[in-house]
Write a protein that binds this ligand. Structure first.
Ligand SMILES: Nc1nc2c(ncn2[C@@H]2O[C@H](COP(=O)(O)OP(=O)(O)OP(=O)(O)O)[C@@H](O)[C@H]2O)c(=O)[nH]1
Ligand SMILES: [Mg+2]
Length: 319
């Protein structure tokens, strides 16, 4: 496909063209990736979208929860939802794709929804980076609500916060043990904590767990090393929900829109997105520099043979 064909297809909201463009963006071949970047640049930033991260331990019910909140939101005819999942395992095996599609049956069949797992390709730490490009392409294609699913246990997983406006943490009923599996920092980043699977016998436990987390949150500083730049002015909320019985799904959206209202009024959303762009720009520079490191191998070996200090060699190469 040519650049013009890609642009035209995406502008008309064609999901097959969108899929092709995302595949190009994930490519490790520079010319393919560059083509995708040109397409993204053509559309420019889409400021009016809502980007929501859904993170939580494996099996917490993230995909099922996304299906429930997605179907609910699509009752509003102006909404178009793209679901992107960052799965560290999907790069190799694509094992989660089938699982996610079956967990999101109704959503994947809906004409105003688009579901896609992101592949890491061969790039180290390329997951969130590729997800970001996929997100921008989805926004260009008219998807105004982006839901990003990530596990929150692997390396670099906290990076999902550099993609989204609202950060949601999905946990299960049961005490603090649960948190041992995920990075502590993730809890401090959460804007909404959802205790999912609050149904049947587990409902009582879920309410207790919600209270515990609520109290734990109160003890946390509002600004942490993980909160990026300025403060959103939002006080994190803990809710209970069931993705199966739909309990708490309305409450989730109520809070999510309260959040959006708060951060739009105090212009945090705008500032936050600018800070995120700065993060990605730095990261891109860093990645490019690192990819060039191999070129300097000869100079490094030569410098060492000449008895130079590593610090001297570095200065000579870089400056
Ligand atoms: N009882 C109950 N079960 C749920 C609920 N939500 C999800 N489940 C079940 O929990 C299991 C895992 O659900 P998923 O939605 O795949 O969880 P996930 O967090 O996306 O899992 P991974 O992506 O593999 O980390 C499935 O068997 C779901 O049916 C819920 O609200 N209540
Ligand atoms: Mg899942």
């Amino acid at each position: 496909m040519t650049k013009e064909e890609l642009i035209q297809g995406i502008a008309s909201g064609d999901s097959r063209t969108l899929s092709k463009a995302i595949t190009l963006a994930e490519s490790t071949l520079a010319e393919k990736r560059d083509l995708a970047l040109e397409v993204i640049a053509h559309f420019g930033p889409q400021d009016d979208t809502y980007r929501i991260g859904i993170t939580g331990t494996p099996g917490a019910g993230k995909s099922t929860f996304i299906e429930a909140i997605g179907i609910k939101l699509l009752q509003d005819p102006t909404r178009k939802i793209a679901v992107l999942s960052i799965d560290p395992s999907s790069g190799k095996t694509h094992g989660s794709i089938l699982g996610d599609k079956t967990r999101m049956n109704k959503l994947s069949a809906h004409e105003r929804a688009y579901i896609r797992p992101t592949s890491s390709g061969s790039q180290l730490g390329g997951l969130a980076k590729n997800t970001r490009l996929a997100m921008l392409l989805c926004e260009a294609a008219g998807y105004n609500t982006i839901l990003i699913e990530s596990v929150g246990v692997g390396q670099g997983e906290t990076e999902v916060a550099q993609l989204t406006d609202l950060f949601t943490l999905v946990l299960n009923p049961g005490g603090g043990d649960e948190l041992q599996g995920i990075k502590r920092g993730i809890m401090e980043m959460a804007d909404i904590i959802v205790i999912n699977k609050a149904d049947g016998d587990a409902e009582r436990q879920a309410n207790l767990t919600a209270k515990e987390y609520s109290m734990a949150l109160h003890l946390m500083p509002t600004s942490t090393p993980f909160s990026i730049g300025s403060n959103s002015g939002w006080i994190p909320k803990v809710i209970t929900a069931s993705a199966i019985t739909n309990k708490g799904i309305d409450v989730f959206w109520e809070k999510a829109f309260d959040f959006e209202k708060t951060v739009s009024q105090n212009s945090w959303k705008e500032t936050h997105r600018k800070e995120q762009m700065h993060y990605w720009a730095r990261k891109s520079v860093q990645d490019l520099l690192l990819s060039k490191l191999d070129h300097y191998e000869k100079a490094i070996v030569k410098g060492l043979e000449e008895g130079k200090l590593p610090e001297e060699i570095a200065k000579e190469i870089v400056e």
